[in-house]
Design a protein around this ligand. Structure first.
Ligand code: SF4
Length: 441
């Protein structure tokens, strides 16, 4: 196994992990154990995987890595939103935003990144000013969920009393039953006893209180997590994060293979077990990959449309020069939309650019063929853009024109505005000198 020393096991799907361990002469259930340790229990080192033999742990140490991502900064907004900066093993930083849901359903949302920076260059977006620094690996995409869950266990959130994510959580029915796979039985100790496969012995449960009492816990602005994780770990509470949206830094469809692998990993019962119906992938418009995404994983689709003419969209989203509005909407028509699902069209409202009555009417005409809803996002002003947020009256007028035409149209609340966690504001902490170079003429 000459390349084995290079292999980061966190980046592998379960099937790939099984193949890797098979080459080391290990049976498939070992891969399930390692997979679970990495994603469900958040292990940082092979030595933490206490249900593997010492010999196997040493073999893994010699042939593979599982370098963890660490939270380096947590900013908390008054509304309960938290913005996380996470440093990867490569030393660069991506961001994720936790949005609590105070409604009865209580499905919190985590917005995660797919790239460090972004190459798409939307003119209103703060992340764009970084340029693309690096694609995240599948494991790094999933690990944002893992590390944020750890922080939520150590520092439970108190939500501020208003529903956080009406735009994504409102229409999702309960998760569908999952396949009765061996892996699923393995993930459920009760069921495993009644006929499931012998399962890797579970590590003793580590209570929340015990974990919270461990030293070196995350603090806002400080080194976040224990340098040394507990040697035994319970699976992290699945209910902490109910919805995942890929709307953080980066264009997910430009990092396609890693994103698809990440979606499979985060949905697996031995990982975070998040149903694809609870996951929304957002795109700025890489048209050819839109139908393929829905074929590969039945996630929800969000499309960042933001203009109703090619002239304006060319100007604010250069990707439109490659795939214009017609090509983009044609691709959306080909997206395999499950029953009771709708496409979300995101529309950032920029004062005097795309917010006129005529824009609203054109939007209605463009979206008429779709089973969809519209999210209006009044622009979140930031120092790297000259665009302005429209007045409340303008936003309300735009909303009423689209709403009266029969569409569900929501105005997205700017959650976490004061910590720059709102849409289009990620990357504020990352590489400011590089950003300055990128935005200078
Ligand atoms: S809006 Fe999304 S796709 Fe456009 S530059 Fe920003 S991160 Fe990239």
């Amino acid at each position: 196994m000459t390349e084995a020393a290079q292999t980061d096991l966190r980046q592998l799907s379960l099937a790939e992990l099984e193949a890797f361990l098979r080459e080391l002469g290990q049976p498939a259930y070992r891969a399930q154990q390692v997979f679970r340790w990495l994603h469900q229990r958040g292990a940082r080192r092979f030595e933490e995987m206490t249900d593997l033999s010492k010999t196997l742990r040493e073999t893994l140490e010699a042939h593979a890595t599982c370098a963890p991502m660490e939270i380096t900064k947590v900013e908390r907004a008054a509304d309960g939103t938290r913005k996380y900066a996470l440093r990867t093993a490569h030393g660069d930083v991506c961001e994720a935003v936790f949005i609590p849901d105070a409604s009865a359903e209580g499905r919190n949302t985590l917005c995660i990144s797919s790239q460090v920076g972004c190459a798409i260059d939307c003119k209103f977006c703060l992340t764009a000013s970084l340029g693309l620094l690096r694609n995240l690996g599948a494991g790094e995409i999933v690990e944002q969920i893992t590390r944020v869950k750890e922080d939520l266990i150590l520092h439970p959130h108190k939500s501020a009393g208003r529903p956080a994510t009406p735009d994504f959580a409102d229409e999702h029915e309960d998760d569908p039953p999952l396949p009765d796979s061996q892996a699923e039985r393995a993930a459920s100790p009760g069921r495993a006893k009644s006929g499931g496969p012998a399962l890797p012995d579970r590590a003793p449960m580590t209570s929340q209180a015990e974990r919270a009492a461990s030293p070196g816990r995350a603090e806002t602005g400080g080194p976040a997590l224990p340098d040394r994780a507990p040697m035994t770990r319970a699976p992290m509470a699945p209910q902490l994060i109910g919805n995942v949206v890929m709307m953080g830094m980066g264009e997910p469809l430009q990092n396609y293979n890693a994103v698809i692998t990440a979606l499979h990993i985060m949905g697996h019962p031995l990982s975070h077990h998040i149903s694809p119906r609870r996951i929304t992938v957002s795109t700025a418009g890489l048209a050819p990959r839109i139908p393929r995404l829905g074929q590969d994983v039945p996630v929800n689709l969000a499309v960042s449309l933001n203009a109703t003419t090619d002239e304006v969209r060319d100007r604010i989203m250069p990707i439109n020069k490659k795939w214009n509005i017609k090509a983009l909407l044609q691709a959306c028509q080909e997206f395999p939309l499950a029953q009771r699902r709708r496409i979300t069209f995101e529309y950032v409202l920029l004062a005097d650019t795309n917010d006129s009555d005529e824009d609203a009417r054109r939007l209605v005409r463009l979206l008429r063929p779709f089973r969809c809803k519209v999210n209006l996002i009044p622009f979140n002003e930031h120092p790297y853009s000259t665009f302005k947020r429209p007045s409340r009256e303008r936003v309300a007028r735009f909303q009423s024109i689209v709403g009266e035409a029969g569409f569900t149209v929501l105005v997205r609340t700017a959650r976490g505005d004061e910590i720059s966690a709102a849409c289009g504001q990620l990357g504020a902490e990352v590489d400011a000198p590089r950003r300055m170079l990128n935005v200078l003429p």
